[in-house]
Ligand binder design. Structure first.
Ligand code: SF4
Length: 505
């Protein structure tokens, strides 16, 4: 495997692999025994984090049982939209870690971390209508990766006062990585432990910081995996995918972009195309069941998504850029279509995929319930279409379908309203939303805030069409620009206030 920064010296060059590993293990042991501060190892299943955990494991396993009292948490974030093959690989590895640690009385405890339901990819995209992530609007990494790991680490710090985070970051990953690590080194308070700006009380140890790509593979191929996994399978997975970097444990925005990686999300639209999944499918006929996922990912990556998006921003305001509205969230229709597409892909894989993916869950029951709540309660889409879509696309009844039957208008009433409004969809939306809002407030003893919400709703919907709204926003903008210009001119032309001289006074 080619070294990405070719020409880098190997850490094993001077003393050979055996002696260098002995020194590394000795350093890890000393640090581990130095205090009571618990350790947290970031594990993504990729080569760097596997090598890091392997080194720490081997070092601690050599200590006396009485010395290995301090817990070592192994954390792995599952975004719930991971490449399914990689997700299964990592989940199985975490099980093996826990089994092997228990069997050998080692202090390792593996944790699979997932985002809170309101932060998941589908709840934000299908529920709230956030457009597929882009470089200028990368809303996913914070919600899917940073928050779950930071929450865990902060809890450890809260309980123990401090934590040591062990990461597989290496200077050889990229020139940018090397420079960030160098800067952090300058703020070191203890030998080889760097502070982390976004995690107070947490020091970062990167035991492989000077290792090259080839060093990592050499270590993984020459030393057996101590928790009983097969490092050779990891190599096969890399060869079966592409030559990109890996997605490390992401704890802040200085960590390299996770989109361009086989260990990233299958829905990722921050890469030109999912080369990793494409390569997996091309290299192995048995992986063809992933094709519907790839197709869905490519649909999300449509270059012109304007027709799928509202002409208003999430707040309801029409904002212009060069006299064109900046598109807002996905429309109700587009969100329904995305939901159908995810359920269709899931059904196809369950019916046509190999045995071990027959129970695949591309979207969870908790996510479906949260999407339904957002549609009905927050967006006032009281048609409550989710159970029907679910039944049509899966062929199964939606569990808990009756739980949101409480509505100001039933299906017949909504149909009548639609007919009255005819082609005027904005009028329909406004009337439906006002009825829903009033219905939500009907049991409140205090109706504080209701009038403001009604006003915001009317402002959002009092246009005749998207063109009418754009026209109005343009006129408003031009009037405001003219008023500003006039005010600036008046200030310029106003007689200057001059301080009277002492003699004049
Ligand atoms: S892999 Fe892509 S979709 Fe997933 S969190 Fe990273 S940038 Fe977002």
């Amino acid at each position: 495997m080619a070294n990405r920064l070719a020409g880098l010296p190997s850490v094993f060059q001077e003393d050979g692999i055996g002696e260098t590993l002995r020194q590394h293990k000795h350093f890890v042991q000393q640090l581990y025994l130095e205090d009571e501060v618990p350790w947290v190892v970031g594990y993504s299943g990729g080569k760097d984090s596997t090598a890091t955990l392997q080194l720490v494991w081997l070092a601690i396993a050599e200590l006396d049982e009485s010395q290995r009292q301090k817990p070592v948490h192994v954390i792995s974030t599952d975004t719930l939209v991971e490449n399914p093959i990689v997700a299964a690989w990592v989940t199985h590895s975490l099980d093996k870690i826990n089994e092997a640690a228990k069997a050998s009385s080692l202090p390792f405890v593996a944790h699979r971390l997932t985002p809170e339901v309101e932060d998941t990819f589908w709840v934000n995209l299908i529920g709230k209508g956030y457009p597929a992530p882009r470089h200028k609007f990368r809303w996913c990494t914070e919600r899917l990766k940073i928050k779950p790991s930071n929450r865990f680490i902060r809890n450890v710090v809260r309980r123990n006062g401090e934590a040591i985070l062990v990461l597989g970051t290496r200077k050889a990953e990229s020139a940018k990585r090397a420079s960030t690590m160098k800067k952090l080194e300058e703020h070191r308070v203890r030998d080889r432990l760097s502070p982390n700006a976004s995690l107070p009380g947490c020091l970062v140890l990167s035991p492989l910081e000077d290792w090259s790509n080839d060093d990592v593979w050499l270590f993984l191929m020459q030393v057996d995996n101590p928790w009983g996994y097969r490092n050779k399978d990891l190599l096969t997975m890399y060869q079966g995918a592409s030559e990109d970097g890996e997605c490390p444990l992401v704890v802040d925005t200085s960590t390299p972009s996770c989109g361009d990686s086989r260990f990233g999300c299958w829905v990722c639209t921050l890469v030109d195309k999912d080369r990793s999944m494409t390569a997996m499918i091309q290299n192995d006929e048995e992986k063809e069941w992933m094709l519907p996922l790839l197709e869905l990912r490519n649909e999300l990556d449509t270059p012109n998504d304007r027709p799928l998006r509202d002409f208003r921003r999430m707040t309801g305001a029409v904002q212009l850029f060069h006299d064109r509205p900046i598109p807002g969230p996905y429309t109700q229709k587009a969100r329904e279509t995305w939901l159908r597409r995810v359920l269709q892909a899931q059904r196809w894989v369950r019916e046509n995929g190999p045995k071990d993916v027959r129970s695949i869950e591309l979207i969870t029951a908790a996510e479906l319930a949260e999407i339904r709540r957002i549609w009905v309660v927050e967006k006032h889409e009281i048609e409550d279409l989710l159970p029907g879509i679910y039944e049509e696309e899966t062929g199964e009844p939606y569990p808990d379908a009756a739980s949101r039957n409480d509505s100001p208008l039933g299906p017949e009433g909504l149909e009548a309203l639609k007919q009255v409004c005819g082609d005027d969809s904005l009028h329909y939306e406004l009337t439906r939303n006002l009825l829903s809002l009033e219905w939500q407030y009907r049991t409140h003893l205090k109706r504080r805030g209701l009038l403001d919400r009604i006003e915001a709703m009317v402002r959002r919907g009092y246009y005749e069409s998207a063109d009418d709204a754009t026209d109005y926003a343009r006129k408003r903008k031009h009037a405001l620009d003219a008023a500003r210009e006039l005010a600036a001119r008046e200030i310029d032309e106003a007689p200057r206030y001059a301080k009277p001289s002492l003699f004049e006074v």
